[in-house]
Write a protein that binds this ligand. Structure first.
Ligand SMILES: [Zn+2]
Ligand SMILES: [Zn+2]
Ligand SMILES: [Zn+2]
Length: 245
């Protein structure tokens, strides 16, 4: 399978509109950016999107995706689903997988669109284009449900934490163990005290404690130093970064 980090930014993205901090200035001058959260998973010639970023159109063009075969939504925050309409206008009947509460919440927002919502519960693995997908609950207050997922082929496991703090249910931690690649929410550097997300130290310690072979951070805010500088100290993902497993 191939994983492409389509968007590694937080809800505002970097540069943030109207922000003149060192990181946003550097992003404008050097021409880099972090678009909002989405991950592309490719397997057997099929394309699965984990979340549909508000920057979806740009991301699909950049990644040269011609068709979306399935979508998995992790939770109902705007920066994770609002770009769904970008390819809804291009293709019909897109299959969307998530837990009931997430489908219901986002369905209220996208009520005028026709797509195929498919309920899948946490801790009940299902097969999608040759991959085993397991959703699991994480903790992202005040969201009622927020999900992470494990994606496995015959020999490798990728874990995406989804938006979460460190207070993850034990049953989920069991599924997250021994990942070949963990893609972790680490919205801000260590020292930031966060209720909804993990900071860098928390994400790194979580990955270590769960024996992840490699960890990469995503959902990254402008509170980190500029990308080149911050990358010396943190395993920060960047938009369009690819992994083959
Ligand atoms: Zn800024
Ligand atoms: Zn969120
Ligand atoms: Zn988010």
């Amino acid at each position: 399978m191939e994983i492409v980090l389509l968007g590694t930014g937080d809800a505002t993205g970097t540069p943030k509109i109207g922000c003149n901090c060192k990181t946003c200035r550097d992003a404008r001058i050097e021409g880099w950016c972090r678009t909002r959260f989405s991950i592309l998973v490719k397997n057997n010639g099929r394309n699965i999107l984990i979340d549909t970023s508000p920057d979806m159109r740009l991301q699909l063009l950049r990644a040269d995706v011609h068709k979306v075969d399935a979508v998995i939504w992790t939770h109902g925050h705007y920066d994770h689903f609002a770009g769904f309409g970008d390819f809804y206008r291009v293709q019909n009947g897109v299959r969307v997988y998530s837990a009931r509460e997430v489908l219901k919440y986002i369905g209220g927002f996208l009520h005028f669109m026709r797509y195929r919502p498919i309920e899948r519960e946490a801790y009940s693995p299902f097969e999608l284009f040759g991959l085993k997908i397991t959703l699991f609950d994480v903790n992202h207050p005040p969201m009622e449900r927020s999900l992470g997922l494990a994606i496995e082929n015959s020999s490798k496991k990728v874990v995406i934490t989804g938006d979460t703090n460190t207070n993850i249910p034990e049953e989920s931690l069991e599924i997250m163990r021994d990942a070949d690649l963990m893609i972790a929410d680490a919205i801000a550097p260590e020292g930031f005290n966060l209720k909804k997300h993990m900071n860098a130290g928390e994400a790194y310690r979580l990955a270590k404690s769960l024996n992840a072979r490699k960890v990469i951070f995503t959902h990254i805010s402008h509170f980190y130093p500029p990308h080149e500088e911050a990358s010396a100290n943190y395993p920060l993902g960047r938009d369009m970064q690819r992994f083959v497993l």
